[in-house]
Ligand binder design. Structure first.
Ligand SMILES: [Zn+2]
Length: 329
């Protein structure tokens, strides 16, 4: 190839375009951005299309209370190994939109409109980013909830307290529903956090949704190729899912493990939000041993975005290897 001739030709083409612009336009720099682009990421599982939608993140200083059976210095040291900001913990949130068998399915709903205001746009972004990804909340057929913590259920309602998915059937784990709707359990609730969770759940499911939900059991196909899997401990009815289509299969772990930094390396560490920490740890080891043995891809709600990866055994714990970004489907 004659490079000098090719360069000359390209140069001529570029020169031809110049008279269309003024000299100011040519030199003008792009405006400095003050926020990230709307964050969503798509991949295929057989014929199903998964769109991971970011709800943002929460970054906060570590305290001794965050991990109930480790000192904050130990946790900080583990985070530092992963080049996380010193003394800080980051938790990400990523609900899913799944197109499978002609159904538009949402799994979990993010922190909601109030969180968006309170966090100054650091989280509560699910609805904005879902719209940016081209999805209309009115077109959603099913919203499936993994468990009743605010970062998963608050996006069920709009800022005005109306149903955010007006035409969707809302599916909830039957065991989770029974626990949070039980007045005896509510009156036995210990501590501000548990009392607040009951209050929040009653507000969402009684006031907001008028109890119009469909409780589901485990090992049931809830939508084409999407099966519910028991993974309790984090909450009494905490649920994961397997999405299988054609040769594709992914394990949607929900909150079996929070951010793998530090909780994959240290499955024995109990985050304060695991309601039954011993059961949660057993579940975490059982699920991670299974996904390691089956080399099953995992989608993690609290993993760094977009939260798809594989798990390997690493010393006494595990390590999550994020899937490579794929620019095509
Ligand atoms: Zn969560």
């Amino acid at each position: 190839m004659n490079l000098s001739r090719r360069d000359t030709l390209l140069g001529t083409a570029a020169l031809a375009a110049v008279p269309l612009m003024t000299s100011t336009q040519v030199r003008a720099a792009a405006p400095v951005a003050d926020k990230q682009a709307p964050s969503f990421y798509r991949y295929k599982v057989g014929d199903a299309v998964v769109t991971v939608i970011s709800d943002g993140k929460n970054v906060f200083p570590l305290t001794d209370a965050f991990v109930t059976n480790a000192k904050k210095e130990e946790v900080a040291a583990e985070l530092e190994k992963n080049f996380m900001p010193a003394g800080m913990m980051a938790i990400y949130f990523a609900p899913l939109v799944i197109q499978t068998g002609g159904k538009l399915v949402v799994i979990d709903t993010g922190n909601g409109a109030l969180a968006k205001t309170n966090s100054k746009g650091n989280n509560g972004l699910f609805h904005d980013n879902m719209a940016a990804a081209g999805f209309d909340a009115k077109a959603v057929d099913m919203v499936i909830i993994s468990h009743f913590h605010g970062d998963h259920v608050n996006g069920l309602l709009t800022a005005d307290g109306a149903p955010a998915f007006p035409n969707a059937e809302v599916l909830v784990p039957a065991t989770e529903w029974k626990f949070w709707m039980d007045d005896g359990e509510m009156s036995n609730a210990k501590g501000d956090r548990m009392v607040g969770l009951f209050k929040n759940n009653r507000n969402i499911f009684e006031k907001g949704l008028n109890k119009k939900v469909t409780p589901y059991a485990w090992n049931k196909e809830l939508a084409p190729g999407l099966t519910s899997v028991e993974s309790v401990g984090h909450t009494p009815g905490h649920t994961s899912y397997v999405l299988a289509s054609g040769n594709g299969k992914v394990f949607i772990q929900s909150d079996v493990t929070n951010n793998p930094n530090p909780f994959a390396a240290h499955p024995e560490w109990h985050a304060f939000f695991d309601q039954d920490a011993d059961v949660a740890e057993k579940t975490r080891r059982r699920v991670y041993d299974m996904v390691v043995a089956e080399k099953l891809q995992v989608q993690g709600f609290h993993y760094p975005f977009p939260g798809l990866g594989n798990v390997v055994k690493d010393g006494a714990g595990y390590r999550v290897i994020p899937a490579s970004w794929n620019s095509s489907l």
